[in-house]
Design a protein around this ligand. Structure first.
Ligand SMILES: NC(=O)C1=CN([C@@H]2O[C@H](COP(=O)(O)OP(=O)(O)OC[C@H]3O[C@@H](n4cnc5c(N)ncnc54)[C@H](OP(=O)(O)O)[C@@H]3O)[C@@H](O)[C@H]2O)C=CC1
Ligand SMILES: O=C1O[C@H](COP(=O)(O)O)[C@@H](O)[C@H](O)[C@H]1O
Length: 600
């Protein structure tokens, strides 16, 4: 078993199952109902299949291992009321059986195919993230044997032009350069382009024809990635569902944020999507959930004895979620001005991490069990009030002879815009575990550095024998656990220790797991993990609609108040540490921001 869980095959890395040592431990009888070993391929009788079925759950996941490849079958649990059928709806009219995931389709199997259509292929996200992530998956042998990639957008392009555009964005893994050029060539040959309107069923019919040609009669599994502005999501979903959904395999749609602007618009978007798709076909992406250290959060908590007992109000004084970028909205001001930092970062990325951080132990690693626990956290949270929020906007600043622009210098931003580019907030979870613990968030653009991290500040040691040695600032002597999501991924714990020598001088040191020192393997981009999960039907890292509703319910009243009253943000210089108001907010809750300390 040890060799299986330490497999380096890429598909094993996509699976949280192998990361949970408890699955393979002496508790395995809780998780595994049966183990089956067999030779499965008639063509290759020597090939081995091992299948593990989780216990006691009709819809539970299974893991198949075949010739070094590992496949998971996904769970399809309908937590929500069945959706209305669309008038012409190929997707929504499908009976549940048609949504069942073909088992092990991504193990070499010439009976099935997977096509990935990037809708909005000419855009920024497609070029920067989606095509490179797909290539990385191909390079790591994570894509099925019969796969094809289609770019779809209105721009006129030939296949060759798309390939040329994509080729400029592809890079090789730093740690694995061999055959990279060859692999790129092979990958590009699997990329095609179809030009069409997002609201044209006819254009999607043409796409369907091209897809069918490549599928060559195999079971067709189709993934559509909506990498387009939100105002055209529904048109594209309607046309794709009516004209280009799979007739005999699965059809899934990855939806990019923003998922609305508030509770009402988000609910309306969900209702519209559900006219054409079932909930289990909708993969709402929050790419922060695909980041390595966010994925590691549950492993850290639930597979180390030392953390979970401390994970409550009894030992934790406050928790901080910090996001900062050292650049402004350059190039995306048009989008950003309609949303602002609270919607762009807090309501989704930081809140999702908070929910994972604070949730109770899920029944299993099954997607629905995890998402059920996250929803409970979100629903236990206090709606945000203006008293617990500060907002800021960056202004122009000159440093070293260089003038950095103000937010409103962006030509796509109205001159009188009050949209916050910085926000700080204090949130509370009114449940037994977290009663009274401030969960502080801050997020900002055009700050002095780029970072995303979680900081857990522990309580003071009661009756500490060494209090005298710490001076007056006892807060500085408390333990702090830092999970640095980026850059330089790391987990470190600040502890107190004695300076070696005859005296009794105390020091603060870090027990530091710095990923680049510990692992030579390059950390995959979040989009790689999420795309692979979507292809495999693993929903754990995607947002369910009830999670989304609960997230919007927390922020919507505040956002309305900010906008109705046209509250003026505190202006901070480009490249600074943000508005002073953030310090007052923290101080009000007896907190000091951990990223601003002397030994941060
Ligand atoms: N870019 C990023 O870093 C991130 C983006 N996102 C989200 O991902 C999605 C895609 O983002 P991004 O690639 O930046 O978007 P783009 O603005 O680059 O749009 C993508 C493509 O959509 C088409 N398009 C753009 N505007 C319109 C319009 N008004 N009507 C019809 N078609 C239009 C264009 O293709 P054509 O003209 O060829 O049809 C364009 O190439 C968005 O929902 C965004 O919010 C989320 C996180 C980060
Ligand atoms: O979703 C978004 O995320 C990016 C930051 O993502 P990262 O992975 O580079 O940290 C942010 O710049 C953008 O405004 C936002 O829409």
């Amino acid at each position: 078993m040890a060799s299986l869980s330490s497999s380096t095959h890429c598909c094993s890395s996509s699976s949280a199952y192998s990361n949970s040592s408890s699955l393979w431990s002496n508790h395995h009888h809780y998780y595994i109902s049966n183990l089956e070993f067999s030779a499965i391929s008639p063509k290759n009788p020597g090939s081995k299949k091992i299948s593990l079925q989780s216990k006691g759950r009709p819809s539970s996941n299974a893991i198949l291992m075949q010739d070094g490849a590992i496949a998971t079958t996904a769970t399809t649990v309908e937590n929500e009321a069945p959706t209305k059928k669309s008038k012409d709806g190929l997707l929504s009219a499908s009976p549940p059986e048609e949504h069942k995931e073909p088992i092990g389709f991504h193990v070499n199997n010439d009976q099935s195919s997977v096509s990935i259509t990037v809708v909005g292929a000419s855009g920024d996200l497609a070029r920067k993230k989606i095509f490179p992530a797909l290539f990385a998956l191909y390079y790591e042998d994570c894509l099925p044997e019969n796969f094809s990639i289609f770019g779809y957008a209105r721009s006129k392009m030939t296949d060759a032009e798309l390939r040329n555009m994509v080729s400029k964005t592809l890079t090789c893994r730093i740690d694995k350069r061999e055959n990279c050029g060859e692999k790129m060539e092979q990958f590009l040959k699997r990329c095609f382009y179809h030009s069409g309107q997002y609201d044209s069923k006819e254009d999607f019919v043409e796409l369907d024809k091209k897809l069918k040609e490549l599928e060559a009669g195999r079971v067709s599994n189709r993934l559509f990635y909506l990498s387009i502005p939100p105002n055209i999501f529904i048109d594209a979903v309607r046309c794709a569902s009516v004209s280009a959904s799979s007739a005999n395999g699965w059809t899934r749609v990855i939806v990019e944020k923003p998922f609305g602007r508030d509770s009402e618009s988000s609910a309306a978007l969900t209702r519209s999507l559900k006219q054409y798709l079932q909930e289990d076909q909708i993969f709402r992406i929050d790419h922060y959930l695909g980041k390595e250290l966010v994925e590691n959060l549950s492993v850290l908590r639930f597979s180390n004895l030392i953390f979970e007992p401390l994970w409550s109000r009894q030992y934790i004084r406050n928790v901080q979620f910090i996001f900062s970028e050292d650049f402004g909205t350059e190039g995306r001001g048009g989008y950003f001005d309609n949303y602002g930092i609270i919607r762009d970062i807090m309501q989704n990325h930081l809140l999702q991490i908070l929910a994972l951080f604070a949730m109770e132990t899920p029944v299993s690693l099954d997607a629905e069990d995890i998402r059920n626990e996250k929803v409970k956290v979100l629903r236990s949270m206090r709606t945000l009030s203006m008293d617990d929020v500060v907002i800021g906007q960056y202004k122009s600043h000159t440093k070293g002879g260089i003038t950095y622009p103000a937010y409103t210098d962006d030509k796509t931003v109205p001159k009188d815009s009050l949209t916050p580019t910085f926000a700080g907030a204090a949130l509370f979870i009114d449940n037994a575990r977290w009663d009274g613990v401030p969960f502080l968030m801050k997020a900002g653009k055009a700050l002095h550095d780029r970072r995303a991290e979680i900081r857990v500040q522990f309580r003071h040691v009661p009756g500490n024998l060494y209090n005298r040695n710490f001076g007056t600032d006892l807060d500085r002597a408390t333990n702090e656990l830092v999970i640095r999501v980026q850059p330089d991924e790391a987990i470190y714990l600040k502890i107190n220790n004695k300076v070696p020598g005859l005296g009794m001088r105390l020091d603060r040191s870090n027990l530091n797991l710095l990923y680049k020192a510990r692992y030579s393997k390059e950390i995959p981009d979040a989009y790689e993990r999420l795309l692979l999960d979507a292809i495999e039907g693993e929903r754990r890292l995607f947002i369910r609609s009830d999670e989304l509703d609960a997230a919007w319910a927390l922020f919507t009243p505040l956002l309305k108040e900010l906008e109705d009253k046209r509250l003026i943000p505190e202006y901070y210089p480009y490249g600074s540490r943000g508005p002073v108001g953030a310090h007052y907010l923290a101080a009000k809750h007896n907190v000091k921001w951990g990223d601003l300390g002397v030994d941060e």
